[in-house]
Design a protein around this ligand. Structure first.
Ligand code: NAP
Ligand code: MG
Length: 481
């Protein structure tokens, strides 16, 4: 079995390894992965700082070629990457391959994106003068990623960071080092100059603190829990007012109105709530349903949920893979108990399930008779658990949908154009879906939320440059004064 090391200054390093196991089959070793030391993290940061001016000085076409090559290599190996992702995280093979393809496309997208014009020219109020606004790379970027999108999130942070002339030190989630390691190995194979991209594996607490505290790191882009994100925010400000971008938790509502097409509503709820085992920041976990359609919707959704096939992520028939880890499974089961204690009713699921292999398998769980003030409807569970909340009319439904500290995504299912338009104007979220699952992310458009879900510039699309570049404003006098 190969030992997967840290990637620092163009070379592989690390002595101390930890085994990572497959949540579909705990006896299956996905790989042995290094634990970076403090010294290695510091070396990675120094390497990135040394490489940054040279990388930024490359002609834009050269950077574009590297990104294009990385994207093409990821796409060519999408099946292998997707399967590894499914083994280490537990989403289905099809979802894993889809995510790998998206990661490859993201690198290719930014290869083209950086050839777009980025400067602006303004007239000056002073005669004979022009004002130019230019963009520069931010510098060295610390990338900290969660476990639930082990390829897509590293790609959607690393690709624009590198594209706009920054260098990177990336720290992936400890549960999923393998996908990030494969990206690093592809970047190495693509011949990207040493130090431009560095990967450090291991503990978030130690590596995260080192990245945030280092004066050589100019920005931190983080995706993960609100709790860790808020900690990073405070520390970034304490350490030289470092720039930071945070994508955090969600408690996303799907509002189903009486005039909804019932098939569309059930399909949106099943996919948005339970696919990827509910482990998506954009998953719908509050199903806010108007009273006229409530009973038929609940009956249809209960049936569809109970028929979902839970199993090993690599089995072709599996629709819902395992929960990512034993501690996450325990958290999901704790919330099932909390929901029952609060008086919500379990319509289907709520139990662990046994399969041929020992894994973290859990039935998708649907609650009804929920109130929006219950803990299961306030706190992010991050598993295959959702709750139906009954409302009388659209106004109440919108109010319940918005009554949350989070604001990542928010969906409505309706055939009324005016209600859809009203929802689009008033839903308190960064991502709004109409007659679709709440989980939508396309790489060429901005992604991010409001309230406690996000802080700072949007990710993805051309808007990613807001975080990864800084602006200069130049006043030029042309004539003799
Ligand atoms: P997490 O526990 O917050 O961890 C995220 C990353 O931060 C990991 O790499 C983790 O490393 C690292 N970390 C832990 N403690 C740290 C510290 N003190 N300083 C710096 N970094 C630290 O989140 P998770 O459990 O991986 O992911 C689930 C969460 O991510 C959910 O809340 C979900 O909603 C959110 N999420 C949000 C989005 C979005 O775009 N809004 C997308 C996906 C996921 P270790 O793994 O080593 O602990
Ligand atoms: Mg965690």
């Amino acid at each position: 079995m190969i030992e997967h090391r840290n990637y620092i200054a163009g070379a592989w390093s690390g002595e101390d390894f930890r085994r990572n196991s497959n949540p579909s089959d705990l006896s299956d070793t996905v790989g042995m992965y290094a634990r970076a030391t403090e010294h290695e993290v510091d070396r990675a940061i120094e390497a990135a700082a040394e490489a940054q001016p040279g990388w930024a000085a490359l002609p834009v076409g050269a950077r574009a070629s590297y990104l294009d090559a990385i994207g093409s290599m990821i796409l060519a190996r999408a099946s292998e990457l997707g399967e590894l992702l499914a083994r280490e995280e537990g989403k289905t093979r099809a979802e894993g391959i889809g995510e790998a393809a998206r990661a490859g496309q993201t690198f290719r997208y930014y290869a083209a994106q950086i050839l777009q014009a980025t400067g602006e020219r303004f007239a000056s109020t002073t005669p004979g003068t022009t004002i130019d606004v230019d963009r520069r790379p931010l510098g060295v970027i610390g990338i900290i990623t969660p476990w639930n999108f082990p390829l897509a999130i590293p790609a959607w942070k690393a690709a624009p960071a590198l594209a706009y002339g920054n260098t990177v030190v990336m720290k992936p989630a400890d549960l999923v080092p393998g996908s990030a390691w494969l990206i690093a190995s592809i970047i190495h194979e693509a011949g990207v100059p040493a130090g431009v991209f560095n990967l450090v594996l291991g503990s978030g607490r130690m590596i995260g603190a080192r990245l945030v505290e280092s004066p050589l790191v100019d920005g931190i882009t983080f995706t993960g829990s609100t709790q860790v994100g808020m900690h990073i925010a405070g520390e970034s400000l304490r350490h030289g007012a470092k720039r930071f971008q945070l994508e955090m938790g969600g408690k996303n509502p799907l509002l189903v109105l009486d005039d909804a097409d019932i098939d569309v509503a059930v399909a949106a709820a099943v996919a948005g709530t339970f696919y990827s085992t509910g482990q998506r920041c954009t998953a719908s976990s509050r199903l806010v349903v108007q009273s006229g359609i409530h009973d038929v919707f609940v009956e249809r959704l209960t049936k569809a949920t109970s028929e979902l096939v839970v199993g090993h992520a690599l089995e072709a028939t599996t629709e819902i893979g395992p929960v990512v880890s034993e501690s996450q499974l325990q958290q999901d089961l704790d919330y099932v108990r909390i929901g029952r204690d609060e008086g919500a009713e379990v319509l289907t699921g709520g139990e662990v399930v046994e399969r041929a292999t020992e894994g973290n398998f859990m039935q998708p769980t649907l609650f009804a008779a929920g109130r929006n003030d219950m803990r299961i409807n306030r706190e992010e569970i991050f598993g295959p658990v959702a709750c139906v909340i009954r409302v009388d009319d659209y106004e109440e439904g919108l109010a319940v949908a918005n009554d949350t500290e989070y604001g990542l995504s928010s969906g409505v299912v309706t055939t009324s154009l005016s209600k859809a338009a009203n929802f689009r104007a008033h839903a308190q979220a960064g991502i709004i879906t109409i007659n679709r699952p709440t989980a939508n992310t396309e790489m060429h458009v901005p992604f991010g939320g409001t309230k406690a879900s996000s802080f700072g510039a949007r990710e993805q699309g051309p808007h990613a440059r807001e975080f990864f570049t800084t602006m200069t404003t130049t006043y030029t006098a042309h004539g003799t004064p």
